[in-house]
Write a protein that binds this ligand. Structure first.
Ligand SMILES: Cc1cc2nc3c(=O)[nH]c(=O)nc-3n(C[C@H](O)[C@H](O)[C@H](O)COP(=O)(O)O)c2cc1C
Length: 333
């Protein structure tokens, strides 16, 4: 369930008709979060907490290990607070994924009701230990919560709690499809987060996903909210540009569907790109399909590097581009 508009198509890289490098020389590797990745790509958190997720997370982890890219798991709330199917997360630890992120939600680090159990430092550490994680992704998903009839409505105090957790743990702050502004990035950086995953508008729309769930549950008010806010948020490329001045590593995500999109993200200043929805079908199909989809994306990324005359990621960061369409309007505001 995608957003209405493909913002990445508004980032047009200049073709270099005379690259003066050999395709074989192109080096897509990058250092991110203290680890070397063979390509600037991360499979961002999607699933866990039910038996079928063992297959999906294992397929993703096998491919991430084989290709030398980063990976996150879906929200670990169910496993950490309720003990639901921990093996659907821990299965990723069987594979030599170079960089792994545990995942918890910002709504769960504060009490939603008096006396409710929250994810504090001990639980966050347990989430990391479960998969042998190098970092802790804390996701911000308040748009999604507001389209869920049973969703969490309290957000006061999240920033303080992120600050507490980031004192002891390497935290990456991520959105879930509605993007980030500089205002938010500034506060998160001051709270001690070490990297951002923008997850901007233009890819998977959680307002859309929850709209259909709300319809199925007969929740008329939330179903309409989902429709109204289907395309709400800061577009992914705009989110990247908002955060670049903060000088922390950025994962550009939300609508990454090809290797060309990855190159566009890096040219805008991202350290790596993140993909979720674009690899989900392959991950649900099988290990070969998962690897093939990600290999294709990495190959296309190398093609884009070559055709911009970029031998390294540093050179791609300096590639010329033109912004068009709605993305340009956002950035000219
Ligand atoms: C099926 C599905 C489940 C997801 N679950 C989570 C989650 O549990 N935690 C999280 O941080 N993000 C979750 N996400 C958000 C993704 O990590 C990503 O930020 C978002 O989907 C935008 O990327 P995309 O356009 O490539 O899908 C989920 C995405 C999908 C498609």
């Amino acid at each position: 369930m995608e957003g209405r508009y493909r913002y990445w198509d508004d980032v047009q890289l200049f073709h270099n008709a005379l690259p003066e490098i050999d395709f074989e020389e192109v080096d897509p590797s990058v250092e991110f979060f203290g680890k070397r990745l063979q390509a600037p790509l991360m499979i961002t958190g999607m699933t866990g907490g039910y038996p079928g997720a063992v297959t999906i997370n294992s397929n993703l982890a096998r491919a991430a290990a084989d290709l030398g890219i980063a990976m996150g798991v879906g929200s670990e709330r169910a496993a950490i607070l309720k003990g639901n199917f921990p093996e659907s997360y821990s299965c990723v630890a069987k594979f030599a994924v170079p960089l792994k992120f545990a995942n918890i939600g910002a709504p769960q680090i504060i009490a939603q009701a008096p006396g409710e159990q929250v994810i504090g430092l001990a639980e966050a550490k347990a989430a990391m230990d479960l998969i042998g994680a190098d970092g802790l992704a804390i996701h911000l998903n308040f748009l999604q919560e507001l389209v869920q009839p049973e969703g969490d409505r309290r957000a006061r105090g999240c920033l303080d709690q992120i600050h507490q957790l980031a004192r002891d743990l390497p935290v990456l702050a991520k959105e879930t499809g509605a993007g980030m502004s500089r205002f938010v990035g500034d506060r998160l950086r001051a709270a001690g987060v070490r990297a951002f995953d923008v997850s901007g508008t233009g890819g998977t729309s959680f307002a859309a996903v929850e709209h259909y769930r709300a319809v199925a549950q007969g929740a008329i008010r939330e179903a309409r909210v989902g429709k109204t806010f289907w395309n709400w948020g800061v577009p992914s490329p705009v989110s990247v540009r908002e955060l670049v001045p903060l000088e922390l590593p950025i994962v550009a995500s939300g609508g990454i569907r090809s290797g060309l999109d990855v190159a566009r993200a890096v040219a805008l200043g991202a350290t790596a790109a993140g993909i979720a929805g674009g690899v989900l079908r392959a991950a649900a199909t099988g290990p070969k399909e998962t690897r093939a989809e990600l290999e294709q994306i990495i190959y296309e990324f190398k093609v884009a590097m070559f055709l911009t005359g970029s031998r390294t990621l540093e050179e791609l960061h300096r590639a010329r581009y033109v912004l068009t369409g709605e993305t340009r309007q956002w950035l000219e505001r």
